[in-house]
Design a protein around this ligand. Structure first.
Ligand code: AMP
Length: 414
């Protein structure tokens, strides 16, 4: 073979597409039920947008971006996530003047130069939602509830929600110093690089894979340092999650790797099959809109990785029923192709049609119709006034005049 796909990417073949679409449609329906409306943004944006929004020191910006200079000398980056782009679009399209809360949802590919492994790709796909314009903890609960509902509908029976609060700046000022002191006391164990990163944002240490959970357990916890407003907000989230019967755990080490989060952060796991990696993550980002040049506007968002969900789908919803075409149109020779196109056009009014122009024998084409699980095979020849109409499901055969084909198909479908 001459070409292979780039490392960290994957193809979705027709054998898998039904599963993908099932996941996409399930989320789309959930978005609709909750009043979220679609938004699509470009796959590349100015590099600056991600550096500012995601954080200059974040792993995404320092190690994972696909950045290039275009022919006009601009620095552009393939989007590593979609929140920054959605906020850019929200402001650029004046949506902050539309009033009320904007509930937006999206799906599409994201790009991160990550180390490829199970559930980790360089091009992956996310569905996500952003709710912009309210600081109420009810909105945090709504978005978590939406994800849990969609995952349950997909057959995940033990959805596991982990929440934490990373507070606002007021909480973090106090906490950062305490945490940094604890980290500095261990500086002998750290590289200069890591130390620089933690000095910028000490919360990052909780994401660092080189430290054990036991080590992290001993570090001070943000939840012990939340200022009153942040505490009230987080209590509100937990109480309301309980009131809508969404089971959750408070994960004191959950901080998430993007700089823009404030207050609530959460991750959703799908039970045993996805125990290792989160299917979905999200959080509140109450300062991002203002940082991007807009008015002070609180917001929360979530995104779910389609690869991870598809790979972790429970067995009960893994094998979609294979559905063949309704009609399979067999051409008796190349001369019959023009008439076959006409027949196919008529039959498409009543169902899906697969047209066989492979040039194979009628017998082979009929066998193919059976293999494809078509319900009806229609054999068309070049000159004959009739077509042979084989109802493969009912095992009946008929000769039907070409002019009467529409009426016959209509009657047969009733
Ligand atoms: P994040 O934007 O990092 O919060 O990720 C949100 C979700 O996207 C995760 O929970 C994963 O399901 C998915 N995700 C993130 N990075 C990758 C990746 N490299 N490959 C596949 N899925 C990913």
């Amino acid at each position: 073979m001459k070409y292979t796909r780039p490392r960290g990417t994957h193809d979705i073949t027709p054998l898998e597409i039904a599963r993908w679409q099932r996941v996409e449609h399930t989320f789309q329906r959930a978005f609709e039920r909750y009043g979220y409306r679609g938004i699509r943004t470009p796959i590349f944006e100015s590099t600056d947008l991600f550096v500012r929004a995601v954080g200059a020191q974040s792993d995404i910006v320092t190690k994972e971006m696909y950045t290039f200079t275009d022919r006009g000398g601009r620095s552009l980056t393939l989007r590593p996530e979609n929140t920054a782009s959605v906020i850019r679009a929200y402001l650029e399209n004046g949506m902050h003047r539309w009033g009320g809360i904007q509930r937006l949802c999206y799906e599409g590919p994201m790009f991160r130069y990550d180390r490829p492994q199970a559930g980790r790709y360089r091009q992956f796909h996310q569905v996500g939602a952003e709710a912009i314009g309210s600081a109420s903890p009810a909105l945090d609960v709504e978005i978590i509830q939406l994800v849990v509902e969609a995952l349950r509908e997909l057959g995940f029976t033990s959805v596991d929600v982990r929440v934490n609060s990373v507070g606002t700046e007021a909480s973090r000022v106090r906490y950062r110093q305490v945490l940094l002191d604890a980290i500095e006391s261990r500086r002998a164990d750290l590289t200069e690089d890591a130390l620089a990163r933690y000095r910028h944002n000490p919360l990052r240490i909780f994401d660092a894979k080189e430290y054990s959970a036991a080590f992290k357990e001993q570090l001070p916890r943000i939840s012990d340092y939340l200022v009153d407003d942040d505490r009230v907000h987080f209590d509100g989230v937990q109480n309301m999650l309980a009131s809508v019967a969404v089971p959750f755990t408070h994960d004191v080490q959950l901080v998430r790797g993007l700089d823009y989060y404030t207050r609530t952060v959460f991750e959703v796991y799908g039970g045993e099959r996805s125990a290792q990696s989160a299917l979905c993550g999200g959080g509140r980002y109450d300062t991002l809109v203002a940082e991007c040049g807009g008015p002070d506007t609180p917001a929360i968002g979530m995104s779910a990785g389609l690869e991870r969900i598809v790979e972790a789908l429970p067995a009960t919803s893994r094998t979609p029923e294979e559905v063949g075409p309704h009609y399979y149109v067999v051409c008796a020779g190349a001369d019959a192709e023009a008439r076959a196109l006409q027949a196919a056009r008529i039959l498409r009014e009543f169902g899906s049609v697969e047209l066989d122009v492979s040039g194979r024998s009628v017998k082979t084409q009929l066998e193919a119709a059976g293999k494809k699980k078509a319900r009806v095979a229609v054999v068309v020849d070049a000159a004959g006034p009739e077509v042979a109409y084989h109802d493969l499901a009912a095992r009946t055969d008929a000769k039907v005049g070409f002019a009467a084909l529409r009426e016959f198909a209509l009657q047969s479908k009733k």
